[in-house]
Design a protein around this ligand. Structure first.
Ligand code: HEM
Length: 162
């Protein structure tokens, strides 16, 4: 297998497949709270890029729900990280932020969507990925929409499955 490009070495702790532990918790002021499961894949092919795929499912029915995929890059010589993301809902976004130890704090700096995207439209997203001392990965996502200020939408923890 090809060696990890040194440009993304600070993110090597993400690589592999992660499965949610207990179901994740979804919430937002305008919706009914929900549970979901999610599998994350982080891979590379030797480029200065990490490829990712996130697939979420309904916790009870296992029905596929939200899906995202994209690429992660780092600005050489800095702790600046960029996620380039496409979502199955018709949203594309760029999130940028900093890597501090094994924690990533990201926020959207650009958003676009298909012309017939469902309303309300998302206006801002922030996320935190954190590798916990117990080896679990945690993701928290907040969002602002046309009619709600920035507030949490998702919280979930994963264990490494390969
Ligand atoms: C609802 C955005 C990830 C499940 C929503 C709404 C928005 C949204 C804008 C509508 C809120 C409203 O009506 O006021 C996003 C964004 C995500 C994301 C930007 C990623 C960054 C997820 C994930 C799941 C999920 C991973 C897991 C299954 C739901 C559910 C609802 C919802 C069940 C309520 C029902 C519905 O509107 O479909 N989301 N979401 N979302 N989201 Fe997410």
């Amino acid at each position: 297998s090809v060696e990890l490009n040194p440009a993304v070495l600070p993110l090597d702790w993400l690589l592999g497949t992660w499965e949610s532990d207990e179901p994740g918790e979804g919430c937002f002021p305008t919706i009914k709270p929900f549970s979901y499961t999610e599998t994350l894949h982080f891979t590379h092919v030797g480029q200065p890029v990490i490829n990712f795929m996130f697939n979420a499912f309904h916790a009870e029915s296992q029905k596929p729900l939200h899906r995202e995929c994209g690429f992660i890059r780092m600005q050489p010589g800095t702790n600046k990280v960029a996620f380039i993301i496409a979502q199955n809902s018709g949203l594309v976004e760029i999130e940028e932020g900093d890597l501090t130890g094994q924690q990533l704090n990201l926020q959207t700096n650009s958003l676009a969507r298909i012309s017939f995207a469902k309303k309300p439209h998302v206006q801002q997203i922030t996320r935190v990925f954190q590798l916990r001392p117990d080896g679990r990965l945690e993701q928290t996502v907040s969002m602002a929409t046309d009619n709600q200020p920035l507030i949490q939408h998702l919280h979930i923890t994963y264990h490494r499955s390969s």
